[in-house]
Design a protein around this ligand. Structure first.
Ligand SMILES: [Zn+2]
Ligand SMILES: [Zn+2]
Ligand SMILES: [Zn+2]
Length: 460
């Protein structure tokens, strides 16, 4: 059933995958295939007082809704903008005296919206919300129990005159949210702060090596082409990070989204060999196994220490692990990359920028061999590596990495995204510093040293 239309993409029957979207004409790399506001969205419980319930920005000072005392907003403008969506919710929260959890809040928002606008909110929406897949039948026992609790809480909370829904229909809505909900991040893309339902996005099928990417930009999601896409080709995004063995990605996809990935990268195990490769010096199979097992255990310890905030222990463990991995695991081995990632992040947090930069560079080299050249995660890792080099006073490498990251984010995030803008100003600034460095190296270092004594202005 076609209920709307879009100039760039059209619904089609994607065989075993069900419905899909394909390009209605040739698309350029970086082109926005479509942008879509959420049908409904909510802030996570844990961020309810820190993030605006209208624009999802992190703000130091938010105004509280005087009625329910639950919703928080930047200002009157944000509050007025979403009063229509909050009105029913506000009354319901006041009535039961406490806001229910995020799943219940989202399900209620979805249903209030369906009552108001039907399941179709705009002309370009290609599918009605309640026609999306729910996979309730595939849920394991534990999840079903949680679902029943949510349905029960929903019934306490729901108010819409006398209009009541069957437990089955409410479960259907919860199921839709569970397997189609898209996590919303704050304005810098650093923290997951909420979840929303974007009906057209739900029609874009998964591929581990997709031709599109999805990004949140000024409150809307944008599906952007990662490369030139010929007319008629299916549009895909990835629901999981590529840096996992194909079997592990397949397992995650089965667990969370209830399908068996048969994408070409999974069925041909593309790049699995690189992600498990031994170093070029050809160590013995026993040695590789020993170091792999050691790394696995060590990564668990690293995670633990990190959660406890014991960064000195994290650094010690990373050093030990990287030492053992040297000449045994290849630079593209997943365990090596994971340790390098933690080491560079924690060391730069501890302001050991030179050492952090060395690890960040190795990490980026490995990532570049594994990721699609326009992968958003790759772009952001290169950005962090660039900033670390810059802080370490390695201005040439820093500037070059920042330029590389900028080129990727222009495709994945577009010129108006907050992060791309940050990168643009860093690019300009590092260019000036680079000129200075080339003219007078001595003076440059004196200036850097002075600048580093002041607190570094964070890029985030
Ligand atoms: Zn706001
Ligand atoms: Zn309120
Ligand atoms: Zn796959």
């Amino acid at each position: 059933m076609t209920v709307g239309n879009m100039e760039t993409a059209a619904l089609f029957d994607a065989g075993k995958k069900g419905r899909g979207l394909r390009a209605s004409r040739e698309l350029r790399a970086g082109e926005v295939v479509f942008a879509e506001p959420s049908f409904s969205a909510v802030v996570f419980d844990s961020f309810a007082t820190q993030v605006c319930h209208s624009c999802f920005r992190h703000q130091a000072k938010l105004h509280r809704c005087a009625q329910c005392k639950f919703a928080h907003y930047c200002d009157r403008t944000c509050q007025t903008a979403c009063w229509d969506e909050h009105k029913k919710e506000c009354g319901a929260i006041k009535k039961i005296g406490k806001a229910p959890n995020e799943h219940v809040r989202l399900a209620a928002r979805v249903l209030w919206r369906i009552h108001k606008d039907t399941g179709i909110a705009s002309d370009s929406q290609l599918i009605s919300v309640d026609q999306l897949e729910d996979h309730v039948a595939d849920l394991p026992e534990g999840d079903l129990k949680k679902l029943q609790t949510d349905v029960h809480n929903f019934q306490q909370y729901w108010s819409h005159g006398r209009k009541q829904h069957s437990a089955d229909y409410i479960s259907h809505i919860f199921g839709i949210i569970k397997c189609n909900g898209f996590t919303l991040s704050d304005q810098r893309g650093l923290q997951a702060v909420g979840v929303g339902l974007f009906p057209n996005l739900c029609l874009v099928n998964h591929d581990c090596w997709p031709n599109c990417t999805v990004v949140l930009n000024h409150g809307k999601i944008e599906v952007r082409a990662l490369e030139k896409i010929p007319e008629g080709e299916e549009l895909t995004v990835s629901y999981v990070d590529f840096l996992d063995l194909s079997a592990d990605r397949q397992k995650k996809l089965k667990e969370h989204f209830h399908f068996d990935c048969t994408c070409s990268h999974c069925s041909q195990h593309i790049k699995d060999d690189l992600m498990m490769a031994a170093a070029e010096s050809k160590p013995s199979a026993d040695k590789v196994k020993e170091v792999t097992d050691f790394s696995k255990e060590c990564l668990e310890k690293i995670d633990k220490s990190r959660i406890q905030g014991d960064f000195h222990e994290v650094v010690k463990l990373c050093h030990e692990c990287l030492g053992k991995q040297e000449n045994v695991l290849a630079d593209t081995h997943l365990y090596r990359l994971r340790v390098l990632s933690v080491a560079s992040e924690v060391l730069s947090y501890m302001r050991s920028f030179s050492e952090a930069a060395g690890y960040a560079r190795k990490m980026v080299e490995g990532y570049t061999k594994l990721y699609h050249p326009n992968n958003a995660q790759l772009g952001m890792a290169i950005m962090r590596a660039g900033v670390t080099h810059w802080h370490a006073g390695q201005i040439e490498a820093g500037h070059s990495l920042i330029c590389k990251a900028y080129a990727i984010l222009m495709v994945t995030h577009g010129p108006n995204h907050a992060m791309t803008r940050d990168l643009e100003s860093m690019r300009t600034q590092t260019e000036v510093e680079l000129k200075m460095f080339k003219q007078n190296e001595q003076e440059y270092h004196t200036m850097r040293d002075a600048a580093l004594k002041k607190p570094v202005t964070s890029s985030s």
